[in-house]
Structures are given as structure tokens and as C-alpha cells.
Design a protein around this ligand. Sequence first.
Ligand SMILES: CSC[C@H]1O[C@H](OP(=O)(O)O)[C@H](O)[C@@H]1O
Length: 339
Amino acid sequence: MKVAIEGEVRTLVAVWFEDNVVKIIDQRKIPESVEVFKARNSDDIAFAIKDMVVRGAPAIGVTAAYGLALAKMNGEDMESAVRKIGSTRPTAYDLFKAIRYMKENNYDMNAARRYANEISGRCRKIGEYGNELIPENGKILTHCNAGALAVLDWGTALAPIRFAKMEGKNPFVFVDETRPRLQGARLTAWELAQEGIDHAIIADNAAGFYMRRGEVDLVIVGADRIASNGDFANKIGTYEKAVLAKENGIPFYVAAPGSTFDFSLKSGDEIPIEERDENEVLFVNGKRLGPEESRAKNPAFDVTPAKYVTGFITEYGIYKPSELSQMKAKIERDLFMRV
Ligand SMILES: CSC[C@H]1O[C@H](OP(=O)(O)O)[C@H](O)[C@@H]1O
């Protein structure tokens, strides 16, 4: 996807290292503007992840990788830098995978670049495999943003849709707006519009309406952490979409690279769920929605049991939840992934 960045038309990547700073597309500003947040140290990196300047499991991992390499370049105390970045957001497993990878590779900038390139290439494979699931004129529902902005360039859930578009299959996407931070309406819709992929933003509450009317061929979502048994955490609201898909006999797929799988967890009950500031729910664009007296609850993710998952689209292929042990074996033989 080509966009104007700092006055120059270039291929969009969510985060990169340039001019001795980590440059991050500021996702808080899209779709009004495309602005670059410049991180000069680990404090800036931690802020960018926590405040969702950058978000999306793989993109958080890549940002952490570049951020730790930057910290080492700056001569920072690395234990402190790791602690700061590692304590930003608890759910996305890619964050912890990236930290382990960088530690094993002495926080070297070339290792960060290698991490980024590996994630990008793996998500391209997700696109190739997932494309096989999309029929001609296929209608796909997705939740939140699992696109280039959540990864680097291809995305995860949007990667198969990009391949289907390139292959002339004319896909259509139902884009859940995804309250409260509206990653669907703001980010997924923006990515699809940039690439001329036909889509419609829908209220989160409207997904079941279209599923029951038989207008959705399949659901593809991203993930933040996937447990050994195939339970997975993803943006709040994913669980109810999965239940509705099963109720309506619609295939439900989860697209994620190996860096999102946490085989140390037996089930999704063990996945830490981030609670975010209540004001993300109480306010939209600075305007309070409810009365002053009202409080809000704001879990950023929910866990979907494996029984609702048709398959996981990964760089190794497509696996049913019951086949994840085969994928675990592949990861254990994968020099990059097995950290
Ligand atoms: C490709 S991972 C994207 C994943 O991350 C999002 O959460 P957040 O925007 O809070 O980082 C959401 O769960 C997406 O599916």
C-alpha cells in the first residue's frame, strides 16, 4: 500500500528504523492524517505501545524489537528498558516473543531488522494460504484491525483479503467498527479504502444481522495470544462474533503468525486480559457519552474457546484447533520462532 509519509509517497509499514530513531505510523491520527511518531528512547517506545500509537500484536513485537535495539544504541540500562517495554500491555504474546528474541541476539539492530523481515514474510504466507479460503466475490467479516497497521505491511486477517483482491476475486469486507477505540472504522476501513477493496463499516451490533441473513461467507480475525488448545484472545467482541458464526454455520478463521502462539498455556483461561482506562468507553472524540455519575468497564480483549474456531491460518499452513500440536512441532524446529 502506497501512502504519503512525511511528504514522500512510500510503501506503508507500521514501524521502521530511520535517521537513528524508531519511526511509527501514529495510528491515533488515522484516518484524519498520516503522521509519524518518532521514538528516541525506550520511554518513547513504552509510551507508543501503551497509548496505542502503535497497536496490533505483531506490530507491538516489531516495535519492541527496534525499541530495544535503539536503547542499546543509546547506551541505556537494558534491564530497565526491557522492564519498561515488557510492562506496557500484557495480552499480546508477540511482545514477549520479540523481547526474548532480542535478548538472545544481544539487542542488535540487525536482529531487529531480521525480526521485522521475518514477521513480514510470514504474514505474506498467511495471505497465500488464507486466500484459498476466499471464494469468488466472497464476503468476509472482520473485527478490529489485523491489517498492515497491526503487523507491518501484509497484516494477518487482511492478508488473505489482499491476495484475493490481487487475484481478482473481488472480495467484499464487513468491517466491524470495533468499539471503543474503533480500530475497524478508523484503521481497517482506511487500509481497504487505500487499496480499493470493497467494504462497508458496520456497527459491532450489526454483525449477527448480516450473518443470519446469509450475507457473510466467512469470518477472519487476528489474534493477540493463542493457547495450546486453540483458545485465543483477541479484541473485545471477538467471542460473540465467533458464537454467532457457529450459530449460523459460518466458517470462523483466526489468522496469526507463530509468534502469537503461547504453547506454555494449556487454555485461554490463563491468558492475561488487559483492562484499559474507562475513559476510552466514556468518551468519543473528547465528548462524554453518558452522565457524569456513570463509570465504565473496559476489557481490551476477550477469549474465544477453540470449539468456535474452524481453523488457524498461519505461515505453516491452516490448522484445526485439534492439529495445533503439529504446528508446535514445526515451531520447535523453526530457528527463528523457537525462542
Ligand atoms: C494482527 S494482531 C491485531 C490484533 O490486535 C488488536 O488489539 P489492539 O488494537 O488493542 O492492539 C486486535 O485484537 C487485533 O485483532
